[in-house]
Design a protein around this ligand. Structure first.
Ligand SMILES: [Ca+2]
Length: 220
């Protein structure tokens, strides 16, 4: 997998409209009651307790406690940290023919120089269905590097990350996992420079537009 799978969109008022459209498509029917021709879309919302920031010493903070997840390192401890993002698959009917799944996450800001210090951010498909623990920092990997995330052009430019996770969602469904989980990391971190170098991403349990959501397309 490579950067070609990653698209960036300019954030703006269209974001809320997009989510409304997706929600309206959740039934797979037009207002007139006719089936949608391209297959229906369902939303996989964030799994709050399986979405958070995991430090390299095993300390874990889920999005129920803070509205962001982050990846990079801490300046005060020089410990690495990785963001784990999970979405719930319970809106996908049993046996559904999933043709597309896209995970959408909005970056907040970067602190320090994570991309300069570490290079590209990468995304692993992981299995943390049973728990997130210290072993989940390096382990629990199903497929490494399903996507590579490049730096934003500017602090407030291109904050939206869209990642094709079709293969991973299908694998999770086939294995009976209730969630799909992804780990965002800088493999070359941490830097031991006593400076915070990290990327923050929104994970707001009270605002659906500010947390990771996957859109899953199901064909007849
Ligand atoms: Ca650092």
């Amino acid at each position: 997998m490579n950067g070609s799978k990653l698209k960036t969109l300019v954030v703006g008022p269209a974001v809320g409209s997009l989510l409304m459209v997706l929600g309206a498509c959740g039934t797979g029917m037009t207002p007139g009651g006719m089936p949608l021709p391209g297959g229906q879309q369902v939303k996989a919302d964030t799994a709050f307790d399986r979405t958070g920031t995991l430090r390299s010493d095993g300390a874990y903070t889920s999005m129920t406690a803070i509205n962001f997840v982050s990846t990079g390192d801490e300046g005060d401890t020089n410990l690495g940290q990785r963001a784990i993002v999970s979405v719930v698959l319970n809106q996908v009917p049993a046996g559904a023919n999933v043709s597309k799944a896209v995970l959408r996450i909005r970056r907040f800001i970067s602190e320090g120089n994570p991309y300069n210090d570490f290079g590209s951010m990468t995304v692993d498909h992981v299995n943390v269905a049973s728990s997130i623990n210290a072993g989940s920092y390096l382990g629990s990997t199903l497929t490494p590097t399903i996507a590579t995330i490049n730096p934003q052009a500017g602090m407030f430019t291109d904050p939206i990350m869209e990642i094709d996770v079709t293969t991973q969602v299908k694998a999770d469904l086939a294995a009976g996992r209730p969630i799909s989980s992804f780990r965002f990391q800088f493999n070359n971190g941490p830097s031991l420079d006593n400076a915070f170098d990290q990327v923050f991403m929104y994970a707001d349990q009270n605002d659906e537009t500010l947390r990771p959501i996957a859109t899953i397309t199901i064909d007849p």
